[in-house]
Design a protein around this ligand. Sequence first.
Ligand SMILES: [Zn+2]
Length: 136
Amino acid sequence: MDFGNFGVVNFTKEAKSVAFVDYLSEGKLMGTECKKCGKKYFPPRMDCAKCFDSEVEWFEIKGPGKLVTYTTVNFGPSGFEEVQPYTLGIVDFPEGVRVLAKISKKIDPTSIKAGMELRPVPQQLSEEKLTYEFEN
Ligand SMILES: [Zn+2]
């Protein structure tokens, strides 16, 4: 798989971090950690922005994490017309990364509040398209 299989709309098929999409197809949301300095990244980076080393290892983001903030998108960008309105959240995970994603529509929007616990759940959008969202 490659980034052509990721997300509703994407602009880059090829990337050094392409294993991210394979992990997602196995039901795992993964970040990377620099082997040299220990800096963690999500979205994954194959080159450390802190120490410029390129030795990284993958780690799974399982959560649950805590919702830091959220917003409802009533008029989404191109490709998201059919899913709007939707709620985006930023979640801090105990694994050491902060992740932005859509909050599942299975969660009643009126029950969403900062501090609630959420987990990242890989989603099959279509036969070939994958993404992830937050569920509780
Ligand atoms: Zn580093």
